[in-house]
Design a protein around this ligand. Structure first.
Ligand code: BF8
Length: 621
């Protein structure tokens, strides 16, 4: 073996030793059974106390039930914080753009701005676009710090739902207030009643769904454009061997929106050619990917579990990350290749990554600098191995476009959807959302569930990494209607839509709340979300954010199924409340079922229960 060849083999061996991915780490690290089932308490330093529901209690006397409830509630608070802090950043940029302090950004969807203003009780008549945007932005910004009263957008929910929240005293006041109170109540020696804790968790979660997340979605649409259906591509094959490849990863679309402009900059394109590349290619991972896919058709390299694999193609010149779901392993993996990892949020630095902070007044320069660095890094590539092939998908189903598609632009309405549910062509609607998890047969779980549901005439709405997974299984194309039951197939073919509709990122689960509300308002399916034949599922969840999302759907009246494991299983008392008792209060409940076929069966059972209560016709087979 000559010297260069030996060096290559050694290098490859080094890579093989060093490049462990989440899949290998998940095999090596077994979860702690107490932590996984929710009964390890770390709220003080007399412990940590690991208890079981067998009469044993923690040093302070805490029971397994209160510990499990507290841990669940803290997951909700953390998840709600993540979505809501994203929402807050969007409002701040929105206000800066409206005030002319954020070059490169403008208010794009004036029609939606007017609709949102009216939902907030602001009369848009006679107001200039920017003036109205400032008024809307300031109103929504106040929702984060509101101490009394109710969140502004709660008024969008069906009347009956709002009354129920008020009766139960879980109508959220301010986003930050609910999160702070949740943390207070779960610190040592405060709230010890599992039901009381889990109901405040419901209030905190509602502050996410009808607050932070909804604010993020609505203002992003107004600022960057409301999505409309478009065709795009998914899989690692979207990376281009002969082009500079930049991957955006994380959750916030603010900077990626300008990266889209920067990769088309003629000077940068010329520089790329000088460095030997034929162009500059932008692709996405995780929810940032979903954001720019929905609005611009930017291709998706993969979901959460693909972030390390993308780097291992050797073809990623820069991976630019913001917040959430960014693995700390990235710089280690990247160190075996030429990839530069660039962090852009002051809230999220990673040892070993470069930091290029994004601010409102320098966004375009930052975007161009990132592109420049990627170009300069292109000649440093080693061997490149991009898996061949890509898969087509249709995305861009915002609540508004579903409205237009079904009813037409001038009579936009959910009426045809309600009619299809009423006559049984569609038995119900299920949101299949959430993460990928290396502890299960990732991908299989999501897609098996979805296939079962559509085969039983259930229309599936999807977001987040679940949507990317569905896309990879070719479920987001109109041809997938062939897998649907006869009723759903008929509707999909008539309207020309896939049986699985991509509705965006994880904050865009708020679109599903708006859609469910719209179904109530159109009529014929009950007076509250809890009566409509709808359900939700996160079969491969892993993030605290998924717990927050699940809990706000439950608190909005929707049954929600989780796979993988459930974070309160160590306490039968806490679990029984979430699986059964909570339903009497809010109309929704949690379901835990790791098997996707069985999960589908249980969700269909919930849908049928609602159909029966509404005395709807027998569904198509
Ligand atoms: O916020 S689905 S892995 S990327 S947490 Fe994360 Fe889960 Fe993906 Fe979107 Ni949502």
């Amino acid at each position: 073996m000559d010297a260069p060849e030996k060096a290559l083999v050694e290098e490859k061996a080094k890579q093989e030793r060093v490049v462990a991915t989440a899949f290998e780490r998940a095999q090596e690290l077994l979860p702690c059974p107490f932590g996984a089932s929710g009964t390890c308490c770390r709220a003080c330093f007399m412990g940590p106390c690991r208890v079981r529901e067998d009469g044993r209690v923690g040093v302070c006397g805490a029971t397994a039930a209160s510990i499990a409830a507290k841990n669940f509630a803290r997951m909700v608070a953390a998840g709600a914080s993540a979505h809501s802090d994203h929402g807050r950043e969007v409002v701040l940029l929105f206000l800066a753009a409206a005030r002319g302090e954020a070059p490169g950004y403008e208010i794009r969807d004036e029609r939606k701005l007017h609709m949102l203003a009216r939902a907030l009780g602001i009369d848009p008549q006679g107001k200039a676009k920017r003036e109205l945007a400032v008024e809307v932005g300031e109103r929504l910004l106040a929702d984060f710090g509101r101490q009394e009263g109710e969140l502004s957008l709660l008024s969008r929910a069906p009347e009956r739902r709002q009354e129920r929240w008020r009766r139960l005293r879980i109508a959220p006041r301010g986003v930050d207030r609910e999160v702070v109170e949740m943390l207070h109540r779960t610190s040592i020696g405060v709230d010890q009643d599992p039901v009381n804790i889990l109901m405040q968790a419901a209030r905190t979660a509602l502050a996410d769904g009808w607050g932070g997340s909804m604010i993020a979605t609505e203002l992003q649409d107004i600022l960057f454009g409301t999505p409309e259906p478009l065709r795009a591509k998914v899989d690692l094959g979207v990376l281009q061997e002969d082009q500079v490849n930049i991957i955006v990863h994380g959750h916030e679309p603010q900077l990626p929106e300008l990266l889209i402009q920067a990769v088309e900059d003629p000077e940068l394109l010329e520089l790329a050619r000088k460095r030997g590349a034929s162009g500059i290619n932008l692709a996405g991972i995780c929810c940032t990917a979903n954001e720019i896919l929905m609005r611009h058709g930017i291709p998706i390299a993969g979901s959460f579990l693909y972030q390390e694999l993308a780097i291992m193609t050797g073809a990623v010149d820069v991976m630019v990350v913001d917040v959430q779901c960014v693995m700390p392993s990235l710089p280690t993996v990247a160190s075996c290749f030429h990839t530069q990892i660039i962090t852009t949020s002051e809230k999220a630095k990673i040892p070993g990554a470069d930091h290029l902070p994004f601010q409102h007044d320098n966004a375009l320069e930052t975007a161009k600098e990132i592109v420049r660095r990627a170009i300069e890094n292109f000649p440093n590539r080693g061997p490149v191995d991009i898996p061949k092939g890509t898969i087509d998908l249709i995305a861009g189903f915002s609540h508004e476009t579903v409205n237009y598609i079904l009813g037409g632009r001038y009579r936009a309405t959910y009426r045809p959807l309600n009619d299809a549910v009423i006559d049984g062509r569609i038995r119900g609607v299920v949101g299949v959302v959430g993460c990928n998890n290396p502890r299960v047969n990732s991908g299989y779980v999501h897609t098996t569930l979805i296939r079962e549901l559509i085969a039983h005439n259930i229309l599936v709405l999807t977001t987040g990494c679940g949507a990317i997974t569905a896309a990879k299984a070719e479920l987001l194309v109109p041809e997938a209607a062939e897998l649907a039951g006869s009723g759903l197939r008929e509707v999909c073919e008539a309207v020309g839509i896939p049986p699985v509709l991509h509705m965006g990122s994880c904050v865009d689960n708020s679109r599903l709340l708006v859609a469910a509300t719209e179904m109530v308002k159109i009529g014929g399916l009950g007076d509250d979300i809890s009566e409509v034949p709808v359900a939700g599922a996160a079969p491969e969840w892993m993030s605290e954010k998924a717990v927050a999302i699940g809990h706000y759907f439950v608190a909005s009246g929707v049954p929600v199924a989780f796979g993988v494991g459930f974070p309160t299983l160590g306490s039968e008392t806490a679990s029984r409340f979430l699986f059964e008792g909570i339903e009497e209060l809010v109309g929704g409940k949690w379901i835990y079922e790791p098997d996707p076929v069985e999960m589908a069966r249980r969700l269909i059972e919930e849908i049928e229960k609602r159909r029966k209560a509404l005395k709807l016709q027998d569904a198509y087979s």
